[in-house]
Design a protein around this ligand. Structure first.
Ligand SMILES: Nc1ncnc2c1ncn2[C@@H]1O[C@H](COP(=O)(O)OP(=O)(O)O)[C@@H](O)[C@H]1O
Ligand SMILES: [Mg+2]
Length: 313
């Protein structure tokens, strides 16, 4: 889509929502709305609530820029709603959004394509036959273990357990958020993330949390909570391997236009994909805008590139 053509369109920015990541979405959405308005585009800000299906036709938008995080937004449901209404939308489609939101399905696919991902086991709330099953994970994977809900984001409900007490506490916490949870082997080493916009793989970012034990919610969103090193100081070959792994994960899930892939790099230099974020944060402390900046793209350039690549076949 040409810029002049886009200027004539009513762009609905869908943000907010009601997932635990609402606050971040409001910030990301606010930044997108401001950048588009400052750039002279016609923007309708749509704070998404549970009446969205009913309200959507009234906004009379030509296309939707989705900047919702977490369930209903990142998981394919709002994409399906827009698709049914015949409204073009930015980013990944229904299936890839749903697959990426579910870490269990994502990992099955990574495994199929031989994309490195930490060893894991799945525990279900309903099918859990007591503690035996959970303790079997411990025997197979060994401490430290990472416990996480299958379908959340922003490190919500994620625990790194070093012993049985922490493990049981982690299980209780993760089951608050989901019926199914993952128990993963802990990968020591570096925390990396790789943004992809269109076909362009952005420079690798290393995240160094300042406070706390891992890249938790506070480290992610508090100003100064973490340091982003862009591009990450890595051996050239390793950096290429990390980027290649990120692109493979993106392609394996059938992603399109934008995503950010979270990766742990083991001390031996092996990348392990944790997850694909199909609607990465775009707040002022977010990673994707930082990686885009390192490529000389302004925030508006990044937003326009996402729009452009969403509508090119
Ligand atoms: N297997 C693992 N080994 C080491 N650290 C992990 C592992 N899984 C998760 N973490 C830590 O927890 C954070 C959140 O996990 P992630 O799988 O990215 O879920 P989300 O960001 O969707 O909550 C990661 O960024 C990382 O710091
Ligand atoms: Mg993550």
């Amino acid at each position: 889509m040409k810029l002049a053509e886009l200027k004539k369109k009513r762009i609905g920015v869908l943000y907010g929502g009601w997932s635990p990541e609402r606050e971040i979405s409001l910030k990301s959405g606010g930044a997108v709305i401001k950048a588009l308005r400052d750039g002279g585009f016609n923007v309708i800000a749509i704070d998404v609530d549970k009446k969205i299906a009913e309200k959507l036709p009234k906004y009379k938008i030509d296309l939707a820029f989705i900047i919702l995080h977490g369930p209903f937004g990142e998981d394919g449901t709002v994409q399906a709603l827009l698709q049914s209404a015949g409204i073009p939308y930015t980013g990944c489609g229904v299936l890839s959004s749903a697959l990426a939101m579910n870490k269990i399905f994502s990992k099955e696919i990574f495994n199929f394509y031989k994309i490195g991902t930490p060893e894991w086991a799945v525990l279900s709330k309903t099918a859990l036959p007591g503690l035996n099953c959970a303790m079997h994970c411990v025997e197979t994977l060994g401490y430290p273990l990472v416990v996480k809900p299958a379908t959340q984001g922003s490190a919500i409900g994620v625990t790194i357990a070093k012993n049985k007490t922490e493990f049981l506490k982690g299980l209780r916490l993760a089951f608050k958020y989901d019926e199914q949870i993952l128990v993963e082997e802990y990968i020591p080493g570096k925390e990396l993330t790789v943004g992809i916009i269109g076909n362009k793989v952005l420079p690798v970012i290393e995240i160094i949390p300042v406070k706390g034990k891992f890249y938790d919610f506070r480290a992610k969103y508090a100003k100064g909570g973490s340091v982003h090193v862009v591009p990450a100081k890595l051996d050239k070959k390793i950096a290429e391997d990390v980027k290649d792994t990120a692109k493979k994960a993106f392609d394996a899930l059938g992603c399109k236009a934008v995503s950010r892939i979270d990766i742990r790099l083991s001390p031996e230099g092996r990348p392990y994909v944790l997850e694909v974020n199909t609607l990465p944060g775009m707040t002022e402390t977010s990673l994707l805008p930082d990686a885009a900046k390192a490529c000389g793209m302004s925030f508006l350039d990044m937003v326009l590139e996402i729009i452009k690549s969403s509508f090119t076949k």
